[in-house]
Design a protein around this ligand. Structure first.
Ligand code: URA
Length: 240
């Protein structure tokens, strides 16, 4: 890869800032000063130092975020803040992207990475990675709804029949005519949880993702906060 990309991905600044660094003649590749940002380096083989310090280069970054409401799961947007805007500069320099989408008003577990292979694996419809959601519902969720979800439901707006989903009724409030549920779905269709509840005549009023495959949201993370995945979590995800 290009030297300026390697330096930027290692947290040394934007490509523009990295160019300035190179001009200062403090970057060496295999003990030779290099000032050309276009020079190709192999981080596995070449030794890159900055002011004599060996570069700590990680090819991939894997983050878990507790996504808050009001930000969108995209890398750029003209109107709204994105999840990338919530990252520290040194992390966004690695150019991670969100793995799948949560709606603007959905909270909870969002994985961000620049590892395209893992992203593909987790999102590919072939793999059916389970997603666990917690939701508050306007309406009384019934055992009949549970049975319907077990068979999959037809999303009335586009006639799509979902894969079977596991619906747990956490509580119902007869007085308010509301319910609290947990739902495991195997797909990630647009607004899927909201549309599944609509298919049985109810409305989601609050939605939070708790788990994706084996990866659980770290409840210590405040809304909008994030951390790197541990090596155990990453291993689990790779085997999901
Ligand atoms: N289902 C939805 O309806 N919205 C989400 O954000 C995720 C799943």
């Amino acid at each position: 890869m290009r030297l300026d990309k390697l330096l930027a991905h290692s947290g040394l600044g934007t490509r523009k800032e990295v160019k300035k660094l190179l001009k200062k003649k403090i970057v060496e590749v295999n003990e030779l000063v290099v000032t050309d940002p276009k020079v190709h380096v192999d981080p596995e083989v070449d030794q890159v130092t900055v002011s004599g310090e060996t570069l700590d280069y990680q090819e991939f970054i894997y983050l878990m975020m507790n996504k808050p409401q009001g930000v969108i799961s995209a890398t750029e947007d003209n109107m709204h803040e994105t999840v990338i805007d919530l990252l520290e500069m040194q992390d966004s320099l690695q150019e991670p992207h969100p793995v799948g989408r949560l709606d603007i008003d959905t909270e909870g577990l969002l994985i961000l990475t620049n590892d395209g292979k893992l992203t593909h694996r987790l999102l590919s419809p072939k793999h059916h990675v389970d997603k666990l959601y917690f939701a508050e519902i306007d309406g009384i969720v019934t055992e009949e709804d549970q049975r319907a979800f077990e068979q999959g439901v037809t999303l009335d707006d586009d006639e799509y029949h979902t894969l079977p989903a596991k619906l747990e009724i956490v509580s119902v409030n007869e007085a308010d005519q509301t319910s609290v549920i947990k739902l495991v779905i195997q797909e990630g269709k647009f607004h899927q949880v909201k549309r599944m509840m609509q298919a049985v005549g109810k409305e989601v009023t609050y939605l939070k993702r708790l788990q994706m495959g084996p990866l659980k949201l770290d409840e210590q993370l405040e809304l909008g906060a994030y951390r790197e995945l541990t090596s155990e979590e990453l291993e689990m995800l790779r085997n999901a």
